[in-house]
Design a binder for this molecule. Structure first.
Ligand SMILES: [Zn+2]
Length: 108
């Protein structure tokens, strides 16, 4: 990169000090473990009659994915981006509140 002006000079200086970005593993906030299992959590219809092996009837808006620490079993909420008009946003917030109340989401 050739230097034509001060901005070029600044950019080159910034690049020299910038560390290459390596992916960082998520750590459990409770026990610092790095391994999680993905848990699919949802609400299901109370009056369900299914053939063994058949999928269960989910309530709208479906299921949420959380991470459960394999070491301490704490439920960890992934970083979420909730759009303003996302129909799943409110049910998800209610679910997280319920998890906090029950104490199983102690890392959330
Ligand atoms: Zn943990």
């Amino acid at each position: 990169m050739k230097i034509h002006n001060w901005t070029d000079f600044d950019n080159q200086l910034d690049n020299a000090f910038r560390q290459p970005e390596a992916p960082v593993a998520l750590k459990c906030p409770t026990c610092q473990a790095e391994y999680f299992e993905k848990v699919k959590i949802g609400r299901y219809m109370a009056a369900h009659s299914v053939i063994p092996g058949q999928d269960l009837n989910e309530m709208s808006p479906g299921t949420f994915i959380l991470l459960r620490c394999v070491s301490c079993q704490a439920m960890v909420e992934p970083k979420t981006v909730l759009a303003a008009n996302d129909p799943a946003a409110k049910p998800y917030r209610l679910f997280i509140d319920e998890l906090k109340k029950s104490g199983t989401g102690n890392a959330i």
